[in-house]
Each structure stands twice: as C-alpha cells, then as structure tokens.
Design a protein around this ligand. Structure first.
Ligand SMILES: C[S@@+](CC[C@H](N)C(=O)[O-])C[C@H]1O[C@@H](n2cnc3c(N)ncnc32)[C@H](O)[C@@H]1O
Length: 225
C-alpha cells in the first residue's frame, strides 16, 4: 500500500516532519529559509503561496513569535499568520493540523463546527533527561488544531522543568521552576532530534508529538479510503 503524502508547511529543521515520517507518511517540507538539515524532500518557498495540491494531509507550524510572551518583551513586530493559514488549509478540503504556542488563537478542545484542538506536553510521552545527576522533564506545551478529531493526552508534571528556548550562547540558568540547560547535546537528547542544531531545536516541536497525531491521521485516512 502506498505511503500517504504529507506537506509540512513552515517545516524548519523537521521536528514535526520526523514524527509524521515515523507515523507512516512521506513528508515534503517547505520553509522560506534554507534548511540544510531537513531530512526529507525540501522546497525553499513561501508557505503562504506554495501550491497545496497532490497531498493526502497538510501540517503547518506558522511562526509563534507573534503570540509568545518572550518576544512581546522585545517589542518586535511579527506576522500573525494563524488565521490566514487556517483559511488556506480549510479551502483545500484535506485533513490538516496547525501547531502553535498556547497564547495563539488555535482551538484547544473539540468543537461543534468541525475544528478540534488538543494540547500536548512532553510529560505525556515521559520525556526526561538527566543532567549532572538530576532528572528534568520537558513540558513544551503546544496546541494542535485539526479538522479531524484527535485524541488528547494528559500532562504528568512531576519533575523540575528543562527549558528548550533561546538562541545564542549556552548558558545554564537555575530558575524557580527548574533548570534551563541550553547545550545542543541536551536539546538533541530530550527533544529526540539528533540531526538538528541547537537553534533549530529551539524552534521545533518534538517528533513524539506529531508521531502521536500522525498515527491518528493515517488511521482516519485509511478508514475514509
Ligand atoms: C516554529 S518554526 C517551525 C518548526 C518546525 N515545525 C519543527 O518542528 O522543526 C517556523 C518556521 O517557519 C519559517 N517561516 C516563517 N515564515 C515563513 C513563510 N512565509 N513561508 C515558509 N516558512 C516560513 C521559519 O523560517 C521557521 O523555520
């Protein structure tokens, strides 16, 4: 049986793409910047105009900076693309998933209008890392909105948190909620992205999240076939 094809818009270095690949999709990525480490077929292009025909499903991770508290502090202006992306994907009639941060305007629960949202957390997948004898957990809450129903998973918060954000110099910082260890090695291990660099991982979602979603998409595609 042919592997279904998934278009990954705003693909970055391929955190989301790898999860869909593991779930059983052939993935094609699109990003406006070169992504030399993206592990699948890649097109450098604007996701807002890239043709959407020829795929079985579409994922989009528009930039989150416009909705993020940290970036608001810098008073930098970033495009708010979620609504425009949702409109484009709805028009295709294909199954789609849009991912973004908690402060974005994505759905976070099942809706009567056919759009559903779930929130995923690294603790639901048991994602932990040991640094200098201390175990830390990944939370990295992300919303996933879809026009197909997706099963949710609950958080299981129990350990100090490790933060995977920020670019620039590696600077371990002890905070109230845990420890931010920014080394590339720690990021690769806890996020499950051994092919990506430190800054790419800061923008990525863990493949575990989209593997969970991708398996559900594939089941629904098979059921509809
Ligand atoms: C949050 S990151 C995506 C991370 C990716 N989903 C992952 O899991 O690794 C957003 C990406 O959108 C890209 N981007 C921003 N504007 C874009 C546009 N108009 N078209 C295509 N890509 C764009 C950025 O270069 C960045 O790589």
């Amino acid at each position: 049986m042919r592997r279904p094809r998934l278009l990954d818009l705003f693909c970055g270095a391929g955190g989301a793409a790898m999860g869909y690949h593991r779930a059983g999709f052939d993935v094609v990525g699109v990003d406006i910047k070169p992504q030399p480490r993206f592990p699948f077929e890649f097109h450098q292009a604007d996701a807002m105009t890239f043709p959407l025909e020829g795929y079985d499903a579409i994922h989009a991770s528009p930039p989150c900076q416009a909705y993020s508290a940290a970036w608001a502090l810098h008073k930098r202006v970033h495009p708010r693309l979620v609504e425009a992306v949702r409109g484009r994907l709805l028009a295709t009639g294909l199954p789609f998933v849009i991912e973004n941060v908690e402060r974005s305007p994505l759905r976070r629960e099942p809706g009567l209008d056919g759009l559903h949202g779930i929130r995923l957390c690294g603790t639901a997948f048991g994602m932990t890392v040991v640094v200098r004898g201390q175990e830390y957990e990944l939370r990295r809450h992300r919303l996933f909105e879809s026009n197909v129903f997706l099963a949710d998973l609950s958080c299981n918060h129990r350990l100090p948190v490790i933060g995977i954000y920020g670019h620039g110099e590696s600077k371990p910082m002890r905070g109230k909620r845990g420890y931010q260890i920014s080394t590339a090695e720690v990021r690769r291990e806890i996020m499950g992205m051994p092919w990506a660099n430190r800054d790419e991982i800061a923008e990525a979602i863990p493949p575990a999240y989209t593997e969970w979603i991708g398996k559900q998409l594939i089941e629904q595609l098979r059921a509809a076939a």
